[in-house]
Design a protein around this ligand. Structure first.
Ligand SMILES: O=P(O)(O)OC[C@H]1O[C@](O)(CO)[C@@H](O)[C@@H]1O
Length: 529
C-alpha cells in the first residue's frame, strides 16, 4: 500500500477512546477487507460470554470460580451487594491505612516514619505492582519501593543491601492470593530474618495481602502483623492489580489509585461496545487472531517508546501467556494455544533485536506504544528545532515503516501520557482483549493448570535432597558417586537429579557436602564435610 492508502486505512479503522485520549491504529495489519465481517459471529459469541462473566457467571469452570476483576473498578456491577461493599470498603481501608503510614500515625518502633516499602510476591502478586511502581514513580513518591519476587538468595541480599539500615523504616507487604506460594514464603522468612538481625520486630513492619484463611493469613494473624488486606477468590492473580494487590502498594508509594481505577473504568466502558472498530479491546483481539491465524503462530512484540513502560512486556507476558497458553480448549480437545510475548522498549531495541524483526524470521507482529507527552515541562533542542522526544517519535515511525516495507505487521497504541489514568486504561484494555481472544479461540483464559506440574516436580526434587542429606550423614566419610547415592535412596533412575542437588549443596558453604573426584559427573564423589 502507498503512504496515501495507509493514511486512508489509518482513518478507516482507527479505534478511539476520546475521554482517555487513547487510540489503536491497525492500519499496518494486513487483514482482508471482509475479515471483520467474517469474524462477527465469533466476536458476538465472545461478547456474550464476556457479558455473562461480568454478570457473575462461573467463567472459570475448572476452578468453579467467578471472574470479577471488572467489578474492582465498577463495584456497582458486582452481582451481589456484599461484593460491592467489600470492594468499596477495601479501597477506603487502603486510603485510610496509607494516610496513617504517610502521616506517621502508624510508625515503625525504631524510626519516626515508614519511608520504604518492600513487596514480597511473585507472578500476578508482583508483576502488576512492579509495572505500576516503575511507570509512575516520581520525585513526589511518599515511599521508595523494592521487591523480592523470587527465591534467589543473592537477589534478596542485593535488595537488603540497598535498604541497609533503612530496614528500620521499611514496611514489608507480603502478597500471595493462595498464601502458600513457596517463593513468597521464602522471601517472607528471609525478610523476617533480616529484620531480626537488625534487632527489629518483623510483625511491627509486616502487612499481608492474601485470601481469607490461607497459610499466610493464619501466619500473619498468629504473629500479630500490622494488618491483613483481602484477596478474593474471584480475582485471578494476573488480573489482580486493581485489587489490594496493586492498590495498596501504589497508594503507599503515593500514587493516585483513584485515577488508575477511573482510567480502567473508562476503558471498560469503551470495550463493552459491540462495534469492533469502536471497541479497542475487540479490535486488538481480532488483530491477534488475524496475525497468528487464531493459533498463535506469530509472537507479540511489545515496543513501548517510553522508558516508564519498560515493564509492560513482562506484565503482559504473564497476562497473555498464562491466560492463553493452554493445551486444551473448552471442549477438552488438544489445541496447544497461546501467543508468545516479549519486548523491551524503543528506541533502545533498534540497537538490539530490531535487525531480526526487519530481516529475519517473520514470526511476529509488533505493538508500538506511542506516548504523546515527552516529559514534564519543556525540552531543550538537541539540534535546531528538534528535541530528544522528536527523535523518539521519529524512531518509532521509522521502525514501523521499515518493518512495513518488509511485510512485517504492526499495531500502534497511542496514549497521551504515562499517568495513573493511562496505566489503568492500558491494563484494562489488555485484560479484556485477552478475555475476548480466549473466547475467539474457545479456551478458558482464567485457569493455569500447566504451572502445577513444575511446582510438583520441584517438591519431589526437595524430597530427594532431604533423603540424600540423611543418607550422606549415615555414610559419613564414605565418598560416594551420584549413581551409588541414587541407588542408596531407592531412586536409581533419579541419578541426574541426585547429581545436580549434590553439586549445588557442595558449591555452597554451610551445607556440609564435599565434592571430590571427576572430571565427569560419573566419577564425582560426594561425602559429608
Ligand atoms: O498470589 P500467589 O497465590 O502467591 O500466586 C502467585 C502466582 O503463581 C501462579 O499461580 C502461577 O504459579 C500465578 O498464577 C500467580 O499469579
Amino acid at each position: 500500500m502507498t503512504e496515501r492508502e495507509l493514511w486512508e486505512r489509518y482513518q478507516r479503522y482507527l479505534s478511539v477512546v476520546p475521554s482517555l485520549g487513547f487510540s489503536l491504529d491497525v492500519s499496518r495489519m494486513g487483514f482482508a477487507a471482509d475479515f471483520l465481517e467474517r469474524m462477527r459471529p465469533r466476536l458476538e459469541e465472545a461478547f456474550s460470554r464476556m457479558e455473562a462473566l461480568e454478570k457473575g457467571a462461573i467463567a472459570n469452570p475448572d476452578e468453579n470460580r467467578r471472574v470479577g476483576h471488572y467489578w474492582l473498578r465498577a463495584p456497582e456491577l458486582a452481582p451481589e451487594p456484599a461484593l460491592s461493599k467489600d470492594i468499596t470498603s477495601t479501597v477506603a481501608d487502603i486510603h485510610a491505612f496509607a494516610r496513617e503510614v504517610h502521616e506517621g500515625k502508624l510508625k515503625p518502633p525504631k524510626a519516626p516514619r515508614f519511608t520504604h516499602l518492600l513487596l514480597v510476591g511473585i507472578g500476578g502478586s508482583a508483576l502488576g505492582p512492579q509495572l505500576v511502581a516503575d511507570a509512575l514513580t516520581s520525585k513526589a513518591d511518599a515511599m521508595q519501593v523494592s521487591f523480592f519476587d523470587n527465591t534467589d538468595p543473592d537477589g534478596m541480599d542485593r535488595v537488603l543491601g540497598q535498604l541497609g539500615a533503612r530496614l528500620a523504616e521499611t514496611l514489608t507487604v507480603v502478597i500471595s492470593k493462595s498464601g502458600g506460594t513457596k517463593e513468597t514464603r521464602n522471601g517472607m522468612l528471609e525478610a523476617e530474618r533480616a529484620y531480626k538481625e537488625q534487632g527489629l520486630a518483623f510483625n511491627k513492619h509486616a502487612v499481608a495481602i492474601t485470601g481469607a484463611g490461607s497459610e499466610l493469613d493464619q501466619h500473619a494473624r498468629k504473629q500479630g502483623w500490622l494488618r491483613t488486606f483481602p484477596m478474593w477468590d474471584w480475582v485471578g492473580g494476573r488480573t489482580s492489580v486493581m485489587s489490594a494487590v496493586g492498590l495498596l502498594p501504589a497508594r503507599l508509594q503515593g500514587l493516585d489509585i483513584d485515577a488508575m481505577l477511573e482510567g480502567a473504568r473508562e476503558m471498560d466502558v469503551a470495550t463493552r461496545q459491540r462495534d469492533a472498530v469502536k471497541n479497542p479491546a475487540a479490535l486488538l483481539a481480532l488483530m491477534w487472531f488475524h496475525a497468528g491465524d487464531g493459533r498463535g503462530l506469530k509472537d507479540m512484540v511489545i515496543l513501548p517508546y517510553k522508558d516508564r513502560l519498560l515493564l509492560m512486556s513482562r506484565y503482559l507476558q504473564q497476562l497473555v501467556m498464562e491466560s492463553l497458553g493452554k493445551e486444551k480448549d473448552l471442549d477438552g480437545q488438544v489445541v496447544n494455544q497461546g501467543i508468545a510475548v516479549y519486548g523491551n522498549k524503543g528506541s533502545t531495541d533498534q540497537h538490539a533485536y530490531v535487525q531480526q524483526l526487519r530481516e529475519g524470521v517473520p514470526n511476529f507482529f509488533a505493538t508500538f506504544i506511542e506516548v504523546l507527552k515527552d516529559r514534564d515541562g519543556e525540552s531543550m533542542e538537541v539540534e535546531s528545532g528538534t528535541t530528544s522526544g522528536d527523535y523518539l517519535l521519529g524512531f518509532l515511525l521509522g521502525t514501523r515503516r521499515a518493518l512495513y516495507e518488509k511485510g512485517r505487521e504492526s499495531l500502534t497504541l497511542t496514549v497521551p501520557d504515562v499517568s495513573a489514568r493511562t496505566v489503568g486504561a492500558l491494563i484494562a484494555l489488555y485484560e479484556r482483549a485477552v478475555g475476548l481472544y480466549a473466547s475467539l479461540v474457545h479456551i478458558n483464559a482464567y485457569h493455569q493448570p500447566g504451572v502445577e506440574a513444575g511446582k510438583k516436580a520441584a517438591t519431589s526434587v526437595l524430597a530427594i535432597q532431604q533423603k540424600l542429606t540423611a543418607r550422606l550423614r549415615e555414610a559419613r566419610a564414605d565418598a560416594r558417586t551420584a549413581e551409588q547415592l541414587a541407588a542408596d535412596i531407592g531412586q536409581p533412575d533419579e541419578v541426574e537429579t541426585v547429581y545436580k542437588v549434590l553439586e549445588h549443596l557442595a558449591a555452597n558453604p554451610g551445607r556440609g557436602v564435599k565434592r571430590t573426584g571427576g572430571p565427569g559427573p560419573a566419577e564425582v564423589r560426594f561425602q559429608t564435610k
